[in-house]
Design a protein around this ligand. Structure first.
Ligand code: G3P
Ligand code: CA
Length: 400
């Protein structure tokens, strides 16, 4: 009976591993080189959102995906617009779904940007028109990757069907199209489940404003990933999503520190208004070791610790002598060398797994063997108490 239970348990473990593995590979096909830069409404930090100018800027700057929010006109046409009304981003007003496409086409969706961002204003933005989804696809065809949001389907019945019809008519969901050419995102789970039932291979992303409301096992039944709001994301959530076979694309990540944090935490991509910055951060060399922490920790040894690319070998030099080396794992390394004097210079350099030197840094030795100034308290009529830090196993004497 015991053997039988062990066999069952091993089979279940194997089955679970296969499910997780195949899901992960599926996600990797989409994210290909891991970190994807998704141009949020185009390069919308520098040009009016959801205009051909904004999309073109994003493409030229190297975005992996162009993000398009969908609105639906009164006469059922899909257009690229974020808000439910045209008030903020055009010279008109009214709800998108109460205006016909020809009424929408009369509006100027560039001038508001010049007024709101005078330091980025450009006369070419004046008079720009809201594009339809068909116009965008007819212009770019399969030369870009599309990341399309089914937005407010409750106000726009039939939006998902209309989207599938447009994609089909442009041959963007056929077997010979690389998986990931089009990703569909939505905060509406029902729309995603419906699309999944029609096209099980079409990659879907479940958007959400709060990570703690995302039921990852449930989402993994119909989507390849999640799109959480940046401020609710932490490393644990990303790891949890990955262990459920889901990739993670965070929105909206607009500064360098957050971009680096997302890369460090293992996110698979970001939505950003600043494509150029994100591409630079993505391509920056992060394999070189950082300035190490170097402590002389005993009379025998000095310890050197830092971060470097996993599987790279980090060498420690003093003067022209290589005194120690270690292979980094989990992006950390630790090398012990013979005791060095306080203030001595130690250099580290790393060689990646392919044998290429990836960078070097130098740091100063800090001596931690000497006891630090102690805390001295009279704690009773009988005794005075002396407490402080010193090298492990060293004897500390008190003199008066
Ligand atoms: O679609 C991801 C992100 O764009 C969600 O926010 O409001 O800009 O569409 P929103
Ligand atoms: Ca969006």
């Amino acid at each position: 009976m015991k053997n039988f239970m062990i066999k069952i348990s091993l089979s279940l473990t194997l089955l679970f591993s296969i499910v997780i593995y195949s899901k992960t590979v599926y996600g990797e096909e989409i994210s290909e080189k891991n970190f994807q830069v998704i141009a949020h409404r185009g390069d919308s930090g520098n040009a009016p959102e959801h205009t051909m100018v904004s999309y073109e800027l994003a493409r030229r700057l190297g975005a992996d995906y162009i993000e398009i929010d969908l609105g639906m006109t009164k006469d059922g046409q899909l257009i690229a617009i974020h808000d439910s009304t045209v008030d903020r981003t055009t010279d008109g007003n009214g709800r998108v779904n109460s205006l016909t496409l020809s009424q929408i086409k009369e509006l100027d969706t560039g001038s508001w940007f010049n007024q709101q961002f005078p330091n980025k204003a450009n006369p070419q933005y004046i008079g720009l028109k809201i594009p339809t989804l068909e116009e965008i696809i007819d212009h770019y065809k399969d030369t870009i990757n599309y990341y399309i949001e089914v937005k407010r389907p409750e106000d726009n019945p039939g939006m998902a069907d209309e989207l599938l019809q447009v994609l089909n008519s442009r041959h963007l969901i056929e077997n010979n199209i690389p998986r990931g050419k089009v990703i569909i995102q939505s905060s509406d789970a029902e729309s995603l489940k419906y699309i999944h039932s029609q096209y099980p291979n079409l990659p879907l992303i479940q958007l959400g404003s709060y990570t703690n409301r995302m039921d990852l096992p449930e989402i993994s039944k119909y989507a390849i990933g999640v799109g959480p709001e940046l401020t609710t994301v932490n490393k644990t959530f990303i790891e949890k999503a990955h262990s459920n076979g889901l990739i993670v694309h965070c929105w909206t990540v607009n500064n360098q520190a957050d971009m680096e944090k997302m890369i460090d935490w293992g996110a698979d991509g970001i939505f950003t208004n600043y494509v150029g910055l994100a591409v630079n951060v993505k391509l920056a060399d992060r394999t070189a070791p950082v300035i190490p922490t170097i402590y002389t920790i005993s009379n025998q040894s000095t310890s050197i610790m830092g971060t470097a690319e996993s599987k790279s070998t980090v060498y420690a030099w003093v003067g022209n002598k290589m005194l120690g080396k270690a292979v980094a794992s989990n992006e950390k390394y630790s090398i012990k060398i013979s005791k060095q004097k306080a203030g001595a210079l130690v250099s580290v350099y790393s060689v990646d797994a392919a044998g290429n030197k990836s960078g070097s840094k130098t740091g100063k030795v800090v001596d931690r063997t000497a006891p630090v100034t102690p805390t001295i308290n009279i704690i009773s009529d009988q005794s005075t108490y002396i407490a402080g830090k010193a090298e492990l196993n060293s004897k500390v004497f008190a003199w008066v």
